[in-house]
Ligand binder design. Structure first.
Ligand code: AN7
Length: 349
């Protein structure tokens, strides 16, 4: 029998509703809290509204009542950068930009490339030589950005990007762009909305400090006085967490002024937290993204209900996982051989 009449109408309405939900733009969700007008072109890939996941095993291990993980890997390009990029590129388009430009350890690159492609604008991405994950470079190149590898580190690439942007030919879409920071505020708004109250602390990685500044701005605007804990790599210039391999954080003054507490985690702690998040909670993030968790597992963050932001997906920087995780054993296509190689294989079930 065919679907007709009211039933057909209901199906159509339902599928429209589902489509609306799946393609919800962050700018639409938080229009009243963002610097957009009715005529701002909305460049969206369906960012934001990411899962807030409870982590019961890690909470128990850390002696917490509640540990909440803001899973920013669910953003369209795999990191939290998309929250800011939707706004930065929408405003760039509104203001008649001819091209966008950024320096990046990889995630800003992929995000800028994606939103620029969506907007029909060229993107130029400067990367520190030899220091960006191959997966992020492939993503950025595939999205059509012009990738220029700079002879220098991230700080030098960012300084060059700022100098070029000052000429007015390219809009800088690093987090020095205030629209980036406005967009990134929304992670805090989502967490507070979903928990129904602010957590005892927000904990997140600290690279250049753009995201910490955004979180601080959100808390100010909400009139909420909750500790903000920013976790940096102890050896900023050498850390294996390439996303946060940033020597001199460009937002250091703003981070200090916001009263964020800065905590350092060494690479062993980062890797341990990163591995536990994968094995004990089923979440594979990139190593840098586990920085907040490293501080929490060390018992370095006060409170019994914490919100920890996991900033980027593990598939974006799989090199360390490939080095550290057990390689597969080679077996014949034979059930006995497979059972013998399976540690927890049990019959029945
Ligand atoms: C996964 O992409 O700086 O303190 O150029 O990719 O706001 O810099 C990325 C930084 C944390 C640090 N987690 O945030 C870039 C870049 C991930 C990141 C950070 C980054 P900020």
């Amino acid at each position: 029998m065919s679907v007709e009449g009211p039933a057909r109408q209901m199906c159509a309405e339902r599928s429209r509703g589902v489509l609306r939900a799946l393609t919800a733009a962050l700018i639409e969700r938080y229009r009243d809290r963002l610097p957009v007008t009715a005529t701002t072109p909305v460049v969206t890939l369906g960012e934001g509204s990411t899962p807030l996941l409870r982590a019961p095993r890690l909470a128990r291990a850390a002696g917490l009542r509640e540990l909440w993980l803001k899973w920013e890997a669910s953003n369209p390009t795999g990191s939290y950068k998309d929250r800011g990029m939707t706004l930065a590129v929408s405003k760039a388009l509104e203001e008649g930009a001819q091209a966008v430009l950024c320096a990046s350890t990889g995630n800003t690159a992929g995000s800028a490339a994606a939103y620029a492609a969506r907007a029909g604008l060229p993107a130029v991405v400067l990367t520190p030589q030899g220091a960006v994950s191959g997966a992020k470079l492939a993503q950025t190149r595939m999205l059509g950005a012009t990738v220029l590898e700079v002879r220098g580190d991230f700080d030098e690439a960012l300084a060059a990007a700022q100098e070029l942007a000052a000429r007015g030919t390219h809009v800088l879409v690093n987090s020095l762009n205030p629209y980036r920071r406005e967009g990134q505020k929304t992670a805090v708004l989502e967490i507070v909305e979903e928990l129904g109250a602010p957590p005892d602390a927000f904990v997140l990685p600290y690279g250049g400090g753009g995201n910490t500044s955004s979180y601080a701005q959100a808390l100010r605007e909400l009139g909420v006085d909750t500790p903000l804990v920013s976790v940096e790599a102890a050896r900023r210039r050498e850390t294996l967490a390439t996303a946060i391999r940033i020597g001199a954080p460009v937002h250091a003054a703003a981070v200090a002024a916001a009263g964020a507490r800065i905590v350092a985690a060494d690479d062993d702690e980062l890797v341990a937290a990163w591995r536990r998040l994968a094995v004990e909670e089923g979440l594979f993030c990139e190593p840098s993204s586990a920085a907040g968790l490293a501080a929490v597992l060390r018992g370095d963050v006060e409170g019994e209900r914490l919100a920890v932001t996991i900033t980027g997906h593990g598939l974006k920087d799989p090199a360390v996982a490939d080095r550290l995780a057990p390689p597969p054993a080679l077996v014949d296509p034979d059930p006995d051989a497979i059972a013998a190689a399976s540690p927890s294989a049990r019959s029945g079930g």
